[in-house]
Write a protein that binds this ligand. Structure first.
Ligand SMILES: C[S@@+](CC[C@H](N)C(=O)[O-])C[C@H]1O[C@@H](n2cnc3c(N)ncnc32)[C@H](O)[C@@H]1O
Length: 515
């Protein structure tokens, strides 16, 4: 079925005209739509996000003045924007970063992942395009690019709704984090972006979750009621501060404040002065409690959104989300677990999400390509460890030395490097270990860039076992290590990713032990 929508110019495509695409066929956006969009735009003009203060600018200026070309970006926060992740999850391990690769950062704000990507791609002929309707945010991002000496970015002070008339061309990769949420119809925005992707192109998205942010949405409702007659944004912020001070422990936001602060802590990372212990800044207050458009999702709704945009869900881009959504980490009763594991992946994840209750955002990759992720079946792929694995290597070697069992689970507590204190979220690495896993890990950690095929050839002489058998043994440990974000694949023709090799993915820690 064909339909059209003059104001976006994007709807004349098969499959887009579905009954759940509200407003499809409209001649122009309604006044109510435009009123809300304008209010959100005013918010980001007055309070550019993520917050980046003058102190932060001075700190960056000093850093890049001393050590040009060494990134300051926090690898945990922008992990999804590292080339090795994009290559592994969206381009089968064979991304053409060196042949005119095109990147679009939509709603790029003050520029974190934009700059991180631009830095990683600065030695290639890749083109990076930034778009945001907040001029204030764009100016900060531009200044930060200048400090870094980056000249590979094109700038557009425009809105998503303008895109169809901009003739931006096609893109291999689009990043859109925390932006679709601020549209009255996120699906329309997503389809606008989908129309810009190449046939095998992919995107990295971030949306908010409705369950973990129950308290946030109650606060937004509360502040709408309180601020009905507030005339200015500072007045709204002032009222919010007064309300925050008197919230009892029973308030739904108060109940989940620690988790919310940890989630929002990510938005404080740019600013050393904004650690979790500090009071909310004006920007944070407006972004969390006062924004006028904030559409949250559940897991099934995320998958539905992706399907409605005729795209394929690839994988969550954050290791902690992948671990968090494994229902077997929580349900220990065998009968109940086996019943749950018979359900679809989406339902299992929906169950896990409701069990844990803290997942405040979904960070994920989607693609036009059904088979976008690099596969372990391609023996030309090279398995490699992401980031700095010195401590992990030590712990693995200890376990190999001291474990009395031939087959066991290598278990280590891990936590985000952002939150050393106060986290109620406990996570573990659980890697199935045996002599085959050990050999595979040793080969991979030796960093000799051996392909799966080469490791297999070596292993078949060491163990005198058929390659098919060994491949399955290797796959088991690869799958566990990949899910915890530690191991990725790249095709043997793709060079190493130098700028991110020192990233710290997570911290290994032992309870009651100061290291
Ligand atoms: C929450 S911030 C996220 C910034 C950045 N993507 C990040 O994750 O660090 C949302 C950004 O999207 C921009 N934005 C929201 N709606 C937009 C629209 N319709 N068109 C263009 N930019 C938009 C805002 O100006 C703001 O800079």
């Amino acid at each position: 079925m064909l339909c059209s929508c003059a104001w976006t110019g994007t709807w004349a495509q098969e499959g887009a005209c579905q009954k759940d695409v509200a407003g499809c066929g409209d001649e122009k956006p309604s006044d109510k739509y435009m009123e809300k969009i304008n209010m959100v735009q005013k918010q980001f003009e007055a309070y550019p996000t993520p917050e980046f203060t003058e102190d932060d600018m001075a700190r960056e200026t000093e850093w890049y003045g001393m050590l040009k070309n060494k990134t300051t970006e926090n690898s945990k926060v922008v992990q999804h924007a590292t080339l090795e992740h994009i290559n592994h999850f969206l381009f089968e391990g064979k991304a053409p970063f060196h042949s005119g690769f095109r990147v679009l950062i939509v709603g790029g704000g003050t520029g974190y992942s934009l700059l991180y990507l631009a830095e990683q791609l600065s030695h290639t002929d890749a083109e990076i395009v930034y778009l945001d309707y907040s001029e204030a945010a764009m100016k900060i991002a531009q200044k930060r690019a200048e400090i870094r000496g980056l000249t590979n970015i094109q700038w557009h002070h425009k809105s998503i709704e303008d895109i169809p008339s901009l003739e931006l061309g096609k893109f291999d990769f689009i990043e859109c984090w925390g932006v679709l949420t601020h549209l009255t119809e996120p699906l329309k925005g997503l389809i606008i972006l989908q129309n810009l992707l190449t046939e095998t192109g992919g995107m990295s998205l971030m949306l908010y979750s409705k369950y973990a942010r129950t308290g946030v949405y109650q606060m937004q409702e509360l502040m709408r009621l309180v601020n009905k007659f507030a005339k200015t944004m500072p007045e709204e912020i002032e009222n919010t501060r007064k309300i925050l001070k008197i919230l009892p422990k029973t308030n739904w936001y108060k109940r989940s404040e620690l988790d919310q602060l940890e989630a929002y802590g990510e938005y404080r990372y740019g600013s050393r002065s904004h650690d979790i212990a500090q009071a909310y800044s004006d920007t944070e207050i407006y972004d969390i409690f006062l924004t006028k458009l904030d559409t949250p999702y559940s897991i099934p709704e995320v998958y539905q959104l992706v399907e409605n945009a005729s795209m394929n869900f690839v994988e969550y881009s954050a290791w902690d989300t992948r671990i968090a959504l494994k229902v077997e980490n929580y349900v220990k009763d065998e009968e109940l677990l086996s019943m749950i594991l018979k359900k679809s992946k989406i339902k299992q994840e929906a169950i896990a999400e409701l069990i844990i209750g803290y997942l405040s955002r979904y960070e994920f990759y989607i693609s036009n390509n059904k088979e976008a992720e690099a596969t372990f079946d391609n023996l030309e792929n090279v398995p490699f460890m992401y980031g700095n694995t010195k401590k992990l290597k030590r712990r693995l070697e200890e376990s190999w030395k001291f474990s009395e069992k031939e087959s066991y689970i290598f278990e280590e507590n891990i936590r985000s490097t952002l939150f050393n204190e106060g986290s109620r979220i406990k996570m573990k690495l659980k890697w199935p270990m045996n002599k085959y896993a050990q050999m595979f890990l040793k080969e991979v950690m030796n960093n000799k860039n051996e392909s799966i095929g080469e490791i297999l050839a070596k292993a078949s002489t060491v163990f005198n076992e058929p390659k098919d058998f060994l491949l399955e043994e290797f796959r088991t440990i690869y799958t566990a290590a990949k899910s915890s974000g530690q191991m990725l694949l790249r095709h043997k023709n793709v060079p190493e990713f130098e700028k991110t090799q020192y990233n710290i993915l997570y911290e290994l820690y032992r309870e009651k032990e100061e290291e």
